[in-house]
Design a protein around this ligand. Sequence first.
Ligand code: 0PR
Length: 350
Amino acid sequence: MQRVEPQDFSRVLSSMCTKPHPAAREAAEEFLATNPGDPGTYETVSELEQEAVDMLGTVTGLPNPAGYVTSGGTEANIQAVRIARNRADTDRPNMVAPDSAHFSFNKAADILNVELRTTPTDEDHRADPDAVARAVDEDTAVVVGVAGSTEYGRVDPIPELADIANEVDALCHVDAAWGGFVLPFTDHRWHFGHADVDTMTIDPHKMGQAAIPSGGLVTHSKSLLDELAVETPYLESKSQATLTGTRSGAGVASAVAAMDALWPVGYREQYHESMANAEWLADRLAARGHDVVEPELPIVAADMSMPVTEDLRRRGWRVTKTGAGEMRVVCMPHVTRSMLRSFVAELDWF
Ligand code: 0PR
């Protein structure tokens, strides 16, 4: 096969994934042929997975975490809803999530036969606790909060949502798939140490700078993870809590390598750099008269009042749109100030 370049990141402003850290890339290659789905055979990678979960616990304020490295945020969200559904004492379980929640919750609802009740967000795109409180009832299995929303990078009021979940004996799940590796350096109250959170999604393959596939599901108690266990008669291990069987050892090893290299100093530096880039871009767009949604985490959305995304795409830029039609730029680690300077210069041609 002719050698092709897999991806050039120099004009990618649309992705929530990024170039893996060099140590993560190396670890991924080294562990390509290992399968953490069979811990009896692949012991080393299985030990590494426990290390990954422990580190994810450190990042999310949890001293003794249970969990595993998933294929991504979608699997972690589906599994969190599955834990809640299996634990709930009802035939008609529902989950309550803000309308900013990722579409993986629609998949979870469909697969698991759980009713999805979405509640409106406030004028700043955050979950509205009053609306959530009105939507829950005795059949609510889980209340979902987002810590770093896909479109605007907003953080829901997690402590309030956790209280509402408690009142109806539901679990509280936090989706920090994207935000989990930047939030530790902010004042937001989003993790297990700040609120009565039960399960969390946090993905090394997004802001964590690990190779794809590397997602994370963490919970405070092994008994919640056990809600997922099925028996595995012919493997050396007796049960399995994961959704998929054979899994990526590369994802696991690269997650550990990335976190080893970057937690906490490297991630902190990256957060400040990405945030400064997002603010720089927001200022430049505002100065040009565009209506900008102020970045709270490193995502910038702006109403360009003209359909720029197709023209930009033709010039090789990759940007996305929000549901409301705003241009959206995700300031991932590969997005540098000089990239943004060229981007703004090209916007000025329109
Ligand atoms: N939760 C949140 C808050 C997310 O933003 C995402 C993905 C997920 C869950 C699901 O994660 P996985 O995609 O790992 O299953 N958000 C982006 C999206 O779906 C992911 C993405 C990644 C988009 C790379 C573009 C891209 O190039 O839009």
